[in-house]
Design a protein around this ligand. Structure first.
Ligand code: MG
Length: 502
């Protein structure tokens, strides 16, 4: 069948060749998913070897002369938005492969593999000194990587760009400077409220894992329209992985207490999954199928997690199912569940943070990473630097390394520059809420019926998902809302919601 979006004959030739790279990526993703879910533990070594070889093969296919020259041949051609995006994404990967020499990649991979092992040890032993020398290596290699990739203003720009195309230090700084003051004021307002309460009985309520798993599957059946292209399994850290256009795998975990944690992770990962599933079918097998912008992706997951999943109306619509899965919860009213799931509680752990304090956790990480890259702080001083920031922004100070500087896996993966996309993506979800409400009416009304949920999904498909990675996040905001992305919209959303709750 003829492709309705992609017409340029050179691009069609490129895509023909790209299909084998796509196929390798497809099997690589499946290998990763299996490793995190069902693979017996002892399979790890062979799998790591197979995945490493697949990525080497992928790189060499990418760098084949014919393929590279086709990418250059397109220059000067008149292309539509999708075609331009295909070239943009391919050139980006090409730049990465061409600028980072194989010995650098090898060293980086080796250090990351060792770091990850040491980080796990350090975290479980609460001993920062075990991880510090590896972190130091990662920071030095990241600086080197920034130099190799190139940047115009700040070395951290090159690292941010790896996770969000074109994102700069200046942009992230401007973003946080706009939300920092209002967030701290809102947090102070909440803490002064008579309704402010750190503990909630519900967080200690245990549940039966099998019944909770049944509830999660029922939940997906309720919100999703075709379960033939979606799976939900269990992994240590919840994730969503797009294996193929109509094969997306999600995972969650069962802590055994407080059902809202597994529930929220399912809603979150569903947002990621839906983005990939609703891409235009003519973008199948191209490098722009699904979302590649982490900011846009996170705006989808946070939309389903917080704006849909934590609304009283949606919770009400599944209340019967919740108490059926966990009869002990019958003693809690929907109001109690709603206030528990939206409880603001300054804590030390980012992944447990509420919608308000979450951004402060991210801001701290941004400030820490920037200071490290600028060489303003040494790794040996880092734990204190981190703790001081928690004390100053959140009013609490970590007592152990494990609940402080050692809590996140990112640095041990070699990911420096990733964190800002979490906060900016959440902020973007508030923009989508406003846009949807302007066109379709209140989300709180829409989520009460299947028809309303379909309307939300269709809006997301038409405006965001179908384009895959065609547009960068600022471009997408402009196309949809006819205005620039403004961090203030996050504050408006949070103030409206939380001044009602507290
Ligand atoms: Mg996410």
């Amino acid at each position: 069948m003829e492709n309705t979006l992609i017409k340029n004959p050179i691009i069609l030739q490129i895509l023909e060749k790209y299909r084998i790279i796509w196929a390798l990526n497809h099997l690589g993703a499946l290998g990763h998913w299996d490793m995190e879910t069902y693979m017996p533990q002892e399979g790890a070594r062979a799998r790591a070897e197979a995945l490493a070889k697949i990525s080497v093969l992928n790189q060499s296919l990418f760098l084949e002369k014919d393929f590279v020259s086709l990418i250059h041949e397109v220059e000067g051609e008149k292309l539509n938005d999708n075609e331009k995006a295909i070239i943009r994404v391919l050139k980006r990967t090409l730049k990465y492969y061409q600028k980072l020499p194989p010995d650098f990649i090898e060293e980086f991979t080796r250090v990351v593999n060792e770091s990850n092992v040491e980080w796990r040890k350090a975290r479980s032993n609460n001993d920062f000194s075990l991880f510090a020398p590896y972190l130091e290596k990662i920071i030095n290699l990241s600086k080197k990587k920034a130099d190799l990739l190139g940047y115009t203003e700040h070395p951290y720009d090159a690292l941010l760009d790896e996770f969000e195309e074109g994102l700069t230090t200046k942009e992230v700084e401007a973003y946080f400077s706009k939300i920092k003051g209002p967030l701290i004021s809102l947090l102070n307002y909440i803490k002064a409220s008579s309704k402010y309460k750190i503990e909630h009985e519900l967080e200690k309520e245990s549940y039966d894992t099998a019944r909770m798993s049944a509830l999660n599957h029922k939940l997906l059946k309720k919100i999703h329209y075709n379960l033939n292209h979606l799976r939900l399994d269990v992994s240590a850290h919840p994730f969503s992985s797009s294996i193929a256009p109509s094969d997306v795998r999600m995972t969650t975990r069962y802590e055994g207490t407080d059902f809202t944690r597994t529930y929220s992770s399912v809603m979150h990962e569903y947002g990621h999954a839906l983005y990939d599933l609703q891409s235009h079918e003519d973008l199948y097998f191209t490098p722009i199928h699904g979302g590649s912008s982490l900011i846009i992706h996170e705006s989808q997951s946070r939309f389903w997690e917080n704006i849909v999943g934590k609304s009283k109306e949606f919770l009400q619509s599944i209340y019967e199912d919740i108490v059926e899965a966990s009869p002990e919860l019958k003693k809690y009213s929907i109001d109690q569940i709603y206030t528990h799931i939206n409880r603001v509680k300054p804590g030390l752990i980012r992944v447990d943070a509420d919608e308000v304090t979450y951004h402060l956790h991210i801001m701290i990480r941004f400030e820490v990473e920037k200071a490290l890259i600028e060489g303003r702080i040494k790794v040996s001083e880092l734990a204190e630097f981190w703790n001081d920031k928690y004390e100053s922004y959140l009013g609490i100070r970590p007592k152990t390394y494990s609940e402080g500087i050692l809590q996140d896996v990112h640095w041990s993966h070699g990911s420096v520059g990733y964190f800002p996309t979490y906060s900016m993506g959440s902020a973007l979800s508030a923009v989508w809420k406003k846009e949807i409400e302007g066109k379709l009416g209140k989300i709180s009304d829409l989520v009460q019926t299947e028809e309303g949920i379909r309307k939300i999904q269709n809006w997301l498909k038409d405006h965001i998902h179908q384009h895959g990675s065609t547009y960068l996040y600022q471009e997408l905001v402009m196309r949809i809302s006819k205005r620039e992305f403004k961090p203030e919209e996050l504050i408006e959303y949070l103030e409206e919601k939380y001044k009602n709750l507290y």
